[in-house]
Write a protein that binds this ligand. Structure first.
Ligand code: SF4
Length: 638
């Protein structure tokens, strides 16, 4: 129902609105738009754009989903409320905005005399811009370098960049809700599988498939050598769980403060960019896990719980928090505060143990900020779909907007072998509701150590989740490549279609498996049923096709060999090199690269196209559909 003033009556059921006769404005008023940017730079297409909240630049709702009623509100505090002792705040025209110290104020922190900043957080607090912030601004074109600095100062964005790692090949990146959603790939040798060379190879592989950070979770082999090699070869930040190294070669019971601090110093000096430290799990939380279906599933969490029960003492990571912060500050290692009590099954999600630990993680976040250390926080785990928003928004409140780094979460437990899918569904929801980085899960999750192809499958599933979240959140420009691909698809421009695909080789190989020829249809529907081709006949739509796309005759490329066909039939487990070889073969035979493919049924008569289809695929649909559409032979379709 539209009111007299042209506005939709929000009291009415939107289903009552007459969209056909609504004016443009009343049509838009009836949609659940909240002012977020259209994620297409050029506003291409007909979609009204994102349904998320207006980007709250410099506020706690920077790119956020609308809160479902009952969700926790954002915290009113930021990292500005947790400055080190002896610091003050002053107004300065080149200072930071995006804090809670008074609307419109530009401020900077005033440290004690003789203070030298080390961490990105400290530079930001002083109103200073670093090379790493400038690089991040290049990689996040929707943000200015000042906005990046201000978000870091507020604690809502981190640049995990150890000052040692910056001396190697690290390319600085940012994690936070203001930036695009990131993904992490886990890797690491286990006591039963893999070695240093294989792990470096996996690192390269993870980088190739879009991992924004990599965690070395090695628990076997020469951990030190493996970590050193990974740090020297990585362009992305590297995270570790240092407790793994602390207990190699000794009994868990022998873990003490000296071992903990020495291990952290060593890894910080090596150049590790972020540490997962499970300090939020306290002795008092342990009784909460006794009724869980699966207890404690975090390796770090279970080790520390056992240590606490053995010694009858508090979690040493919690007790040593201030000393740990000092070590991390010295090299600008960021925290990834671990969730040792994350649920390991849907039945244990959002329980008292998990939330009690989160409460402590909030306190640890505040204390780390007081030491000038950058913080992100780790989250669950296995969470049913309905509980994901609450989990994201509760963390936002308890940790005052510190970036949330979530593992999945898996939204069901009964698909081992496919947990990259069960978890990327949860990860998409988590990204939409506030997570800043999504830790991938591979098909080998719960089953074994991921191999190269598992790493690829996990990365791709999570790139999908992260990108889908960014588009939904209305991050400016995030839909541009989708729009370009849509145009290429509409133009049936296969070369461009492949180029814009995230994995062009696989897209090309799958296309060519059925129809190894460039036509204005594909094997999915066939010539006569190709709705895109028919749509082009109905109306000349905007085309992504190159202006000089000039083909004068159809040309069929060399057919796939029997061997290649056999490989494609196993594509679910296809080795990436085999895909690449297949695709290269096809590209060569189609005169790929700069040269245009030389066949397309734009310039091929309908009968030639039908003959080609018959030859390649056999006739599997009625070719002339005009009778089915009640169109006489000579009718013009338009
Ligand atoms: S044949 Fe079907 S799937 Fe293939 S391009 Fe046409 S409409 Fe798309």
């Amino acid at each position: 129902m539209i009111k007299q003033d042209g506005k939709a009556d929000r009291g009415q059921d939107p289903a009552d609105i007459d969209f056909v006769s609504a004016s443009d404005q009343s049509f838009l008023d009836a949609l659940p738009l909240h002012g977020a940017a259209n994620p297409s730079t050029d506003r291409q297409g007909t979609s009204p754009g994102s349904f998320s909240m207006a980007a709250d630049i410099g506020g706690p709702r920077m790119f956020s989903s609308p809160d479902t009623p009952g969700m926790p509100a954002p915290s009113e505090l930021t990292a500005w409320d947790f400055l080190p002792g002896g610091w003050s705040i002053e107004d300065h025209p080149d200072g930071c905005v995006g804090h809670n110290q008074g609307a419109g104020r530009a401020i900077r922190a005033v440290p004690p005399r003789g203070f030298e900043p080390v961490t990105q957080l400290e530079f930001a607090r002083l109103g200073l811009i670093t090379d790493a912030m400038r690089r991040v601004a290049e990689r996040e074109p929707h943000l200015t370098v000042e906005q990046i600095r201000d978000e870091i100062a507020a604690g809502r964005l981190i640049i995990p960049a150890n000052i040692r790692h910056l001396e190697y090949e690290l390319d600085p990146m940012a994690i936070g809700r203001a930036s695009k959603t990131k993904i992490n790939a886990n890797m690491g040798a286990s006591p039963v599988s893999s070695g240093t060379d294989e792990e470096v190879e996996k690192l390269r592989w993870a980088e190739r498939w879009g991992a924004d950070t990599v965690m070395d979770l090695s628990t076997g082999g020469d951990l030190d050598q493996c970590r050193e090699a990974i740090l020297r070869h990585s362009r992305v930040p590297i995270g570790t769980v240092p407790i793994y190294s602390m207990i190699i070669g000794r009994k868990l019971e022998d873990l003490d403060a000296e071992v903990i601090l020495e291990t952290l110093k060593h890894q910080a000096k090596q150049g590790v960019d972020y540490f997962t430290i499970h300090a939020g799990l306290l002795r008092s939380h342990i009784p909460y896990v006794k009724d869980r279906l699966i207890g404690i599933v975090s390796r770090g969490g279970s080790l520390l719980a056992k240590w606490m029960l053995t010694h009858g003492q508090e979690n040493p990571m919690y007790d040593l928090w201030d000393e740990i912060c000092e070590i991390m500050r010295e090299y600008d290692v960021s925290f990834s505060i671990g969730d040792g009590l994350r649920p390991g099954g849907l039945a244990d999600a959002t329980d008292r143990a998990q939330l009690a630990e989160l409460e402590v993680i909030g306190e640890l976040t505040e204390r780390a900020w007081q030491h000038g250390v950058q913080v992100m926080v780790e989250g669950p785990g296995h969470v049913s779909f309905d509980q994901i928003e609450y989990n994201m928004k509760l963390q936002r409140r308890k940790c005052h907007g510190a970036p949330f780094y979530v593992l999945g979460p898996l939204v069901t437990d009964i698909f081992p072998g496919y947990d990259h899918i069960t978890s990327c569904i949860g990860a998409t929801s988590a990204g939409w509701h506030g997570a800043s980085m999504l830790c991938y899960v591979t098909p080998k999750e719960h089953l074994g150590l991921p191999k190269r192809d598992d790493v690829k499958q996990g990365c791709i599933a999570y790139k999908i989740a992260a990108h889908a979240s960014d588009v939904a959140l209305g991050i400016p420009g995030s839909r541009d490549r989708d729009d370009e691909l849509t145009k290429a698809r509409a133009a049936l421009n296969w070369e461009r279609h492949f180029e814009l695909s995230f994995d062009p080789d696989t897209a090309r190989a799958l296309h060519d498996e059925d129809l190894d020829v460039d036509t204005n249809f594909c094997a999915m529907c066939g010539h006569d049923w190709c709705s895109v081709r028919i749509s082009r006949e109905i109306q000349e739509i905007a085309s992504g096709k190159d202006a000089d796309y000039a083909w004068d005759k159809s040309k069929v490329s060399d057919a796939l060999t029997e061997e290649q066909k056999a490989i494609l039939e196993q594509r679910g487990v296809l080795d990436p090199e085999e895909i690449h070889r297949l695709a290269s073969k096809t590209k060569r035979s189609m005169k790929g690269g700069k040269a245009q493919a030389s066949c397309h049924s734009d310039t091929t008569s309908s009968s030639d196209a039908q003959a080609m289809q018959d030859k390649e695929m056999g006739t599997f649909v009625e070719l002339n559909t005009a009778p089915a559409h009640n169109i006489s032979k000579h009718d013009s379709i338009i």
